[in-house]
Design a protein around this ligand. Structure first.
Ligand code: NAD
Length: 542
């Protein structure tokens, strides 16, 4: 039975459900589990260590069945990857409400969570894995590209030409690093412990060469060598070794899945398969993981002392190392506080859409509309680059960075496009990583101006607001990006099927969702947000 769900989403304009909102939810769920999209579809793992789309194969079948029979005036309630109720609501309500990995805070530590997970009561859902809106590596491409552009602007006169970057991890998100660095002019060496992951990235065009230590390093140090090289090895061995051998880098970071250390970080001496098979409670395995993590972070700190630009790329590795003996781990800055904050402070974040028909022509037509509506050079440059370089994974999708006053106009124009018949239905939404929708004190909200890093009312309010405005589905979760208990985040999607109902929902959601982002940053005292609030005449009490 599972196999029928692992063939990707249905394509075309024919409905399998009782309306396009339900169909959109079903297609996006199955798209998350398309073997071309998911990191390990058979285990229902979409990305980010063990971020799942459904709790079990049986739960997936139940959810799909519930979506197929769901009426236009009903709402499916999903508790940590399992359908728990279909309740009567009304057409303007969300069709699906999802809450994932939410545990009472004092029980929200990794061990307690894993025990609950082992008894089948919950699951870890990363962000858009459980929120059914993952779009493969591209989702993070724009983000990673913007981050390395900000690194170039902040430290290297706006370009990474002639600069060398060391990092690790070629997973669902990590694979974007090569593209982001090379498109900014630099060259990158990526340490990856799992040869099959590296080979997959080579096949998909995200890396240019996969090799062992000597060959990879020689090719990387050759200025005419390939731009993105995967070095097969363990970062806990390789980073200290490169440092010890005096190999210098301009920028050093990491994207192993260290936010989930016992499942996402392979310790020294283990293959990826051995680590996956190890018992998380085994004291020897735990010691190996945390010793390796600590040495890896000591290596990063060593590079910082040498003058390299070192930052944590949102995987929680500093927090893990700090609790396992590396007192100085937080001397390394987080990438959001160092580079992304000024973008968030304007209420701008990663908007994305998925073409539910599966037709690549729908993507081109919808991109044209977005470029027409927004019309900035940077957006055109990004879409041109993405068209040329980003391979499609699963249903055609695009991401771009938009803020208040842009998202609602784009959403309505796309609904008009669908209404005209020139394009099939679209699912419009965003990442959970947006100005108001996440509280993550070591990542998105690290170092907030007013100290509100751990205040999690904002993502809860964001979810409530999007439900009130009738988004097609709304998801809230714990732990995305940094591990359970370390973040709370929410996401939403609205299906644009060209109908009047869709127009109402899009108009409401894509105005108030980014407006709350501006309000969150205005409340924290960011001048950029206060200016945006004034420009849009938002009613924000002082
Ligand atoms: P993933 O699980 O898909 O991939 C992780 C990769 O790291 C795998 O290929 C794995 O084999 C490799 N790996 C694990 N341990 C290793 C080791 N010791 N040495 C070398 N390689 C090792 O995860 P992902 O989706 O790519 O995400 C990676 C991490 O980066 C996550 O923690 C994620 O939250 C974080 N991240 C955050 C942001 C952000 O914007 N905040 C962006 C990208 C990634």
């Amino acid at each position: 039975m599972l196999d029928t769900f692992l063939r990707g989403a249905p394509r075309g304009r024919e409905l399998h459900c009782r309306g396009w909102e339900q169909e959109g939810a079903l297609r996006c769920l199955l798209n998350n589990l398309d073997p071309d999209v998911a990191e390990d579809a058979r285990s229902l793992v979409v990305y980010g260590g063990r971020g799942r789309a459904a709790r079990s194969a049986e739960a997936l079948v139940e959810i799909a069945g519930a979506l197929e029979r769901l009426g236009p005036d009903e709402t499916l309630v999903v508790q940590s990857g399992k359908a728990v109720a279909v309740l009567p609501t009304h057409p303007d309500a969300p069709r699906v409400l999802i809450s994932t990995a939410m545990v009472v805070p004092a029980w929200s530590d990794e061990d307690s969570f894993r025990r609950l997970e082992d008894t089948g009561l919950t699951m870890y859902g990363q962000m858009t894995a459980a929120g059914w809106f993952y779009i493969g590596t591209q989702g993070i491409l724009g983000f990673t590209y913007e981050t390395f552009r900000a690194v170039a602007d902040s430290h290297f006169d706006g370009t990474l030409v002639g600069r060398r970057v060391l990092t690790a991890g070629l997973g669902g998100m990590g694979a974007a690093q090569g593209f982001a660095v090379t498109q900014n002019g630099g060259r990158v060496l990526v340490v990856e412990v799992d040869p099959s992951r590296a080979e997959r990235r080579l096949r998909d065009g995200w890396v240019d060469l996969v090799a062992g230590y000597d060959e990879a390093l020689a090719a990387h140090l050759d200025p005419s060598g390939p731009g993105t090289i995967a070095l097969i090895g363990n970062a806990a061995d390789i980073v200290p070794r490169l440092l010890g051998e005096g190999v210098r880098f301009d920028v050093v970071t990491d994207q192993t899945a260290a936010h989930d250390p016992l499942r996402g970080y392979v310790p020294r001496g283990f293959t990826a398969a051995e680590a996956a098979a190890a018992e998380a409670d085994d004291p020897g395995f735990r010691a190996a993981v945390f010793d390796s993590l600590a040495d890896h972070v000591r290596g990063l700190l060593g590079y910082g002392e040498q003058g390299a630009i070192v930052f944590e790329y949102g995987n929680g590795i500093r927090a893990q190392a700090a609790t396992h003996g590396v007192g100085g781990a937080f001397e390394i800055p987080g990438f959001v506080s160092a580079y992304v904050r000024p973008i968030f402070a304007r209420g701008v974040g990663p908007f994305r859409w998925i073409c539910l028909s599966g037709d690549p022509a729908d993507l081109r037509r919808s991109e044209d509309v977005v470029m027409e509506v927004v019309g900035t050079d940077s957006l055109r440059a990004w879409i041109d680059l993405a068209r040329e370089r980003v391979p499609l994974q699963g249903l055609p999708a695009r991401i771009c960075w938009l803020g208040l006053g842009q998202r609602d106009r784009v959403a309505l124009a796309l609904n008009d496009l669908v209404r005209s018949g020139a394009c099939g239905p679209l699912a419009l939404g965003r990442d959970h990583m947006d100005p108001a929708s996440v509280a993550s004190p070591t990542r998105e909200t690290e170092g907030m101006r007013d100290g509100s890093d751990a205040i999690a009312d904002w993502p809860v309010l964001s979810a409530l607001l999007n439900a009130a405005q009738g988004a097609s589905w709304v998801a809230i979760g714990s732990g995305g990006g940094v591990g359970v208990g370390r973040s709370i985040h929410s996401g939403m999607v609205v299906v644009a099927d060209g109908s009047e109902l869709a127009e109402r929902k899009l108009r409401r959601v894509f105005w108030t969702d980014p407006a709350l982002g501006v309000a969150r940053y205005a409340d924290a005292g960011y001048p950029e947000a206060l200016a945006e609030a004034a420009r849009h005449e938002l009613d924000i009490p002082p």
